[in-house]
Design a protein around this ligand. Structure first.
Ligand code: HEM
Ligand code: HEM
Length: 249
């Protein structure tokens, strides 16, 4: 006889329960975590965000890789996978509403975070640098100016990230809380500026000549949606850190 068909025998009362499905269901319900409505909304928005990030990354990779990554294609691909993919996924790692990582320990999350952002930071910064060298650092367009700011902030965020990772060792110079808050602030600012630059990237001749107006608008909307939804986690963390600072001082 299969396990599910075994009768359940109570020791206190000599009752044989052949309808064991009720007990099995009750036990399963007790094991299930109960989510509040707000948590369900957070998970739903996070899934939507992962779809937006995936869409931008896959489409931009398709557009740039099929032309053999020449000229601006290399720039657009590197900055997209660096900022819109690795950085977006990396800054959301610690967020409790992230469906991909919410079960991990904080230490594991931090390890994934710095690996993703070392990769993302290097791809994004080199993508921006390649273009600036090609254009001789002219920085005429809004896109170029924002891109240069994102480049500088990216380097600062990576440096402050190393300092946040070793915050216990440098606590004589700066307290771990201030150290991590500073990194959180720089990292968040870098992400916001980078995705705004990406938005302006869809207005460049390179992208306009390769896509229809409707599709340019769609890419802008999807990028802005992922910017807003990704920002929630780091912004919440920054707010909590600032609250802790105001309690201490
Ligand atoms: C986070 C994303 C991005 C960053 C940080 C970034 C950064 C930059 C920088 C620093 C420049 C050099 C400007 C100069 O020296 O004059 C530049 C130029 C350019 N980028 Fe991007 N870029 C990004 C996304 C994109 C995307 C997605 C595209 C196209 C689909 C694109 C296409 C171009 C083009 C065509 C130029 C040359 C024309 C101009 O300067 O406006 N970029 N970008
Ligand atoms: C441009 C690259 C980076 C950006 C944009 C960035 C952004 C962020 C953000 C927004 C947070 C706060 C997340 C939260 O608590 O919800 C954070 C936390 C953290 N980051 Fe980065 N990061 C970057 C690179 C790095 C690097 C390279 C390292 C280490 C080598 C690092 C180490 C850390 C650590 C240890 C924390 C946790 C701080 C804490 O416990 O609150 N980050 N980062």
């Amino acid at each position: 006889m299969a396990d599910a068909e075994q009768p359940v025998v109570s020791r206190s009362r000599r009752v044989v329960d052949y309808g064991s499905t009720i007990q099995t269901r009750l036990a399963a319900a007790a094991r299930l975590p109960s989510f509040t409505r707000w948590q369900r909304l957070e998970y739903f928005l996070n899934v939507l965000n992962q779809i937006c990030i995936g869409f931008v990354t896959i489409y931009m990779s398709y557009l740039t890789l099929r032309t053999g990554l020449q000229g601006t294609s290399l720039h657009a691909w590197l900055v997209t996978i660096g900022f819109s993919f690795f950085m977006a996924e990396g800054v959301m790692i610690h967020y409790g509403g992230n469906v991909l990582t919410h079960g991990y320990k904080r230490h594991t999350k931090t390890t994934i975070h710095w690996i993703l952002l070392t990769l993302g930071g290097c791809c994004g910064a080199s993508g921006a640098l390649i273009k600036m060298i090609q254009k001789g650092f002219s920085l005429h367009s809004t896109h170029g100016k924002l891109g240069f700011t994102a480049f500088i902030l990216c380097l600062l965020a990576m440096t402050s990230g190393v300092s946040a990772l070793f915050s216990a060792r440098v606590k004589r110079l700066i307290t771990p809380l201030l150290n991590k808050t500073f990194h959180n602030f720089l990292g968040f600012s870098c992400f916001v500026i980078a995705l705004t630059t990406q938005y302006y990237g869809y207005q460049t001749g390179y992208f306009k000549s390769r896509s229809e107006t409707d599709f340019q608008i769609l890419m802008k909307c999807v990028t802005l949606t992922s910017l807003v939804l990704t920002s929630y986690g780091p912004l919440k963390a920054l707010y909590q850190k600032c609250e802790n600072i105001s309690r201490q001082f």
